[in-house]
Design a protein around this ligand. Structure first.
Ligand SMILES: C[S@@+](CC[C@H](N)C(=O)[O-])C[C@H]1O[C@@H](n2cnc3c(N)ncnc32)[C@H](O)[C@@H]1O
Length: 216
């Protein structure tokens, strides 16, 4: 499904980037921040779970979780190049029948998607200006938990990203990277009935796992 966001993401996350990511994944396995998401999801102790990976890139999260935790996955991505590589890799791993690939801005198609056990957003909120809409949409699809990574709110990350955005502006490229306020992201998720159960930090990235409060 075409969208404005898709055009921008297709330009930013194109074929060369996707191929380079796949090469890294095959050589070294999941990136460090993705490992934190995988560990967080595995800590829930789920089996045969359903998964929704928003902005899943080359599909690392479902490639990995379909080995033990998940039985089916949806991968919604605004980049057609990433989706193509993710589909080929899923085929190579024998997971093709278990993954539904959707080319769209997730916020445009959210109402058409079923609920799942776990929603993941690995380095995605930082690509999207309206983090409230994105997180609200993600929450509405999660029965059990959401795990996400985002840039840490530190002075050095803010400085580097504002330099990157300055050059993006110079090149007339509309893509921007955002350091969204962590407490406001948490407020959105809390309002949707999710509470933070763990947070882990790397130099650049932070990972938080949110779980749905039990209904009593
Ligand atoms: C920095 S990449 C991260 C890819 C992958 N999750 C990873 O960590 O390697 C951001 C991804 O999010 C996707 N994306 C950003 N906003 C999106 C949206 N609103 N709906 C769907 N995909 C989105 C982009 O197309 C891209 O694949």
């Amino acid at each position: 499904m075409p969208c404005n966001c898709c055009e921008m993401e297709n330009n930013t996350f194109g074929e060369d980037e996707a191929k380079a990511n796949l090469k890294d994944y095959r050589r070294k396995g999941p990136a460090n921040q993705t490992k934190l998401i995988l560990e967080a999801v595995r800590s829930l102790g789920l089996k045969n779970a359903s998964l929704l990976d928003v902005g899943g890139g080359i599909g690392t999260i479902h490639h990995e979780l379909l080995k033990d935790v998940a039985k089916e996955a949806m991968h919604v991505d605004a980049s057609s190049a990433y989706l193509k590589i993710a589909t080929e890799e899923a085929k190579r791993l024998g997971h093709e029948a278990q993954v539904k690939f959707i080319h769209a801005d997730f916020t445009d198609v959210v109402d058409e998607l079923p609920q799942v056990d776990v929603v993941t957003l690995d380095r995605v909120v930082c690509c999207y200006p309206n983090f409230r809409a994105l997180l609200k949409a993600a929450s509405s699809k999660s029965r059990t938990a959401i795990a996400l990574t985002y840039p840490r709110e530190t002075w050095y990350i803010k400085m580097v990203l504002s330099i990157m955005n300055f050059f993006q502006r110079l090149m007339n490229d509309p893509f921007r990277v955002f350091v969204h306020p962590v407490n406001e992201m948490e407020m959105v998720l809390n309002r949707e009935g999710l509470r933070r159960v763990s947070t882990r930090k790397l130099f650049v990235w932070e990972m938080s796992l949110y779980q749905r409060k039990a209904v009593v």
